[in-house]
Design a protein around this ligand. Structure first.
Ligand SMILES: Cc1cc2nc3c(=O)[nH]c(=O)nc-3n(C[C@H](O)[C@H](O)[C@H](O)COP(=O)(O)OP(=O)(O)OC[C@H]3O[C@@H](n4cnc5c(N)ncnc54)[C@H](O)[C@@H]3O)c2cc1C
Length: 642
């Protein structure tokens, strides 16, 4: 039976019919890289599923293809799906407000067991787990709405619930688990047992290829023996079951040894497993995060998720959608901070008027408002597309994670400025002297980690840039790959010449977007701009490739500007589609348009800034300066300190 979440059959068929493309791994030359970098890259490439031929709305921006009809009209949540989540979301909202004391959780560093128990009973730990396994079986959009509620109230609970189901046992099992694994573990994690995800180690943070925790097969092959340690595992202290990434025996690929990482489900009560330390942080003071040590821990073979060697693929694919929880929580937090600033800027009088009448403060609040609107647009657009099974959305989810977490940090920073000294004061101290306990400093501390975990912003930019270059690597990457036979490289010269002779002139064709007659004229201008600018972006990227050739991947700052432009174009386009949807639903058009227009105009200014940086910058000078600094030069910069 067709699920109420799915788009019309024709759309699903179109979105999913594209054939998977051939991996482009063979066209990246790793011969001149350091051994560590080559190993990391080869492992990442081997774990990467290539984007299919159709790409996605955001990935196509990099090649100058602006398919606005893939995100417009807005993919509205069906009434049926909305209704399915309504009771749960209403109970969650009421429960948070009445029973969760976020300041007390922050102060004590503990989440009351009663809160955890009640949330389990409500189904908050099994939102997306299908009903047949004991979960609520709700959609990504409803899960996002739950994350938004949680994010607006308490970051510690958000992290507990999110690490459990976005990266812990539920998500990888739903994607890769066998029926036996699902039957055994999903009911447990839906209704009573917390799970966690253990990838990071001392020497393996952003670079999982450096992992040292081993899983060696037993002689009879029925199990693996695990030895090693994992660092910073969120939820560990309360968890009953973990997803553990381990190094398994290497494989020989093309005559070379390739590292293998495999994912396992591990019960916390397994003999030899010890939780040795609870870590504490700047924010998220009640995070149940720690170090786990494995000494000859026996893990049955049937606990392996997917095949041996597919662990990194499990982790990356899990995160492709798992990454949407943090942005949804960021929408909630940003809305709360905006609300705090709205009230304060209106009631706090200095120099004879409310501070919101001073343009320096008004500017900050305006930027917050525009960004909140756009953040909701990109996050819930992508969530709705996930529900509609609308193709491969890894670029969209990475953009949401990167943009929402960085923007929320800026919003929290500005909210502290708007609240002045009260922003810096703790809620407890404010209450102690009779003022409203508004915890801007807690929100600021808690949200800082979001740009670091589940793929840091730098790694998100590399990931997006890699996918952006993919169509070009497939066509012309082989030309520069000295590891390939000359005949193959010569063939690539011919095929890429043919491709670019057709593609490149098209990137100069003027004109805007198609199929936008149903958009308000004010929005149409922005969408036309986005269509034109995606071609300018494609030209810029092509010129950078021609200039730097195979060394382009070293130009991280340059690539980050292209990624920044595409992300702003994605946010503008999503914002316009969202705005039209709101107008069509009867929201006051002038209010909606002023928010969308403000955001799009600000985004254009940031895009101009990025383009200017692609033409003129101090990247190289800065790089050389830092290499000197690292080598011990510029000692005066160390003078005069303690
Ligand atoms: C509170 C908290 C909770 C966490 N929860 C979990 C969890 O549940 N499970 C788990 O497995 N891990 C968890 N982590 C680990 C987290 O995912 C890592 O901190 C993150 O992956 C970054 O690794 P790192 O801290 O070792 O930084 P590093 O990898 O050492 O990076 C340091 C800096 O260098 C940058 N950098 C690294 N490589 C590159 C590159 N190639 N190009 C450009 N810049 C680069 C990074 O972006 C970062 O800014 C958690 C961490 C914290 C602090």
């Amino acid at each position: 039976m067709k699920s109420p979440l799915e788009a019309p059959e024709k759309q699903v068929a179109e979105e999913t019919s594209a054939k998977s493309a051939k991996p482009a791994a063979s066209v990246i030359d790793t011969s001149k890289m350091s051994a560590g970098k080559a190993a990391a890259l080869e492992l990442a490439e081997a774990s990467r599923d290539p984007l299919d031929e159709r790409g996605s709305f955001a990935s196509n921006l990099f090649i100058g293809r602006y398919d606005f009809d893939r995100i417009f009209p807005w993919p509205e949540q069906s009434a049926e799906d909305r209704a399915a989540g309504e009771d749960f979301l209403a109970s969650l909202r009421k429960y948070l407000r009445e029973k969760v004391d976020a300041d007390e959780i922050d102060r004590t560093g503990e989440i009351p067991q009663e809160n955890i128990k009640d949330l389990f009973e409500m189904g908050a730990f099994g939102v997306k787990i299908p009903k047949q396994y004991g979960g609520l079986g709700l959609s990504q959009v409803n899960y996002g709405r739950a994350a938004m509620l949680l994010g607006s109230w308490d970051a510690n609970l958000t992290a507990l619930v999110s690490a459990h189901q976005s990266i812990g046992v539920p998500q990888p099992l739903l994607l890769f688990g066998t029926e036996e694994q699902k039957k055994k573990y999903l009911p447990r994690v839906a209704r009573g047992e917390i799970s966690a995800f253990a990838l990071t180690e001392w020497n393996a943070g952003s670079d999982p290829a450096n992992m040292s925790l081993r899983a060696d097969p037993t002689e009879d092959g029925t199990a693996f023996i695990m030895n090693g340690e994992k660092l910073w595992c969120t939820n560990l202290i309360k968890a009953g079951v973990l997803v553990v990434m381990a190094k398994t025996a290497p494989k020989i690929v093309n005559g070379k040894e390739r590292k293998q990482i495999t994912a396992f489900i591990v019960d916390v009560d397994s003999p030899g497993l010890e939780i040795t330390y609870r870590c504490r942080f700047m924010g998220l003071r009640a995070l149940y995060n720690g170090i786990v040590k494995f000494t000859n821990v026996r893990v049955p073979r049937e606990n392996m998720i997917a095949k041996e060697g597919q662990g990194l693929k499990v982790a990356l694919t899990t995160l492709n959608t798992g990454r949407l929880t943090i942005p949804a929580a960021c929408v909630g937090l940003s809305k709360r901070l905006l609300e705090i600033c709205r009230k304060w800027a209106g009631e706090r009088v200095q120099w004879g008027v409310p501070i919101g009448k001073h343009s320096a403060i008004a500017g900050k609040v305006a930027e917050m408002a525009g960004n909140v609107f756009a953040m909701e647009a990109i996050t819930f657009l992508t969530s709705a597309l996930v529900d509609r099974k609308a193709g491969d959305l890894r670029i969209e989810t990475a953009m949401c994670k990167m943009w929402a977490t960085e923007t929320t940090w800026k919003i929290a920073d500005d909210a502290m400025q708007v609240r002045g000294g009260r922003g810096y004061e703790t809620a407890e101290s404010l209450a102690g002297r009779g003022e409203e306990p508004i915890a801007v400093e807690r929100f600021l501390r808690d949200c800082r980690i979001n740009t670091i975990f589940e793929g840091s912003s730098e790694i998100m930019r590399l990931f997006i840039a890699r996918e952006a270059l993919d169509p070009h690597l497939k066509v012309g990457g082989a030309i520069f790959n000295t590891q390939l036979p000359t005949s193959e490289r010569a063939k690539a010269v011919f095929t890429s010449g043919k491709f670019y002779a057709g593609w490149y002139p098209k990137q100069w064709v003027p004109g805007g977007a198609d199929k936008i007659d149903k958009l308000h004229p004010k929005l149409r201008g922005h969408v036309n701009y986005a269509a034109r600018t995606s071609r300018k972006l494609a030209r810029g990227l092509f010129h950078a490739m021609a200039r730097f050739g195979p060394n382009l991947d070293r130009e991280q700052l340059l690539l980050s500007r292209f990624v920044g432009i595409a992300t702003e174009l994605f946010a503008m386009s999503a914002t316009c589609s969202f705005a039209q949807h709101k107008i069509d639903k009867g929201e006051p058009a002038d209010e909606v348009l002023s928010l969308a227009d403000y955001f799009c105009r600000s985004a254009r200014m940031r895009i101009d800034h990025h383009f200017a940086g692609t033409a003129e910058n101090v990247d190289k000078r800065g790089y050389l300066l830092v290499q000197d600094l690292l080598a011990g030069k510029h000692s005066s910069l160390r003078d005069g300190i303690v």
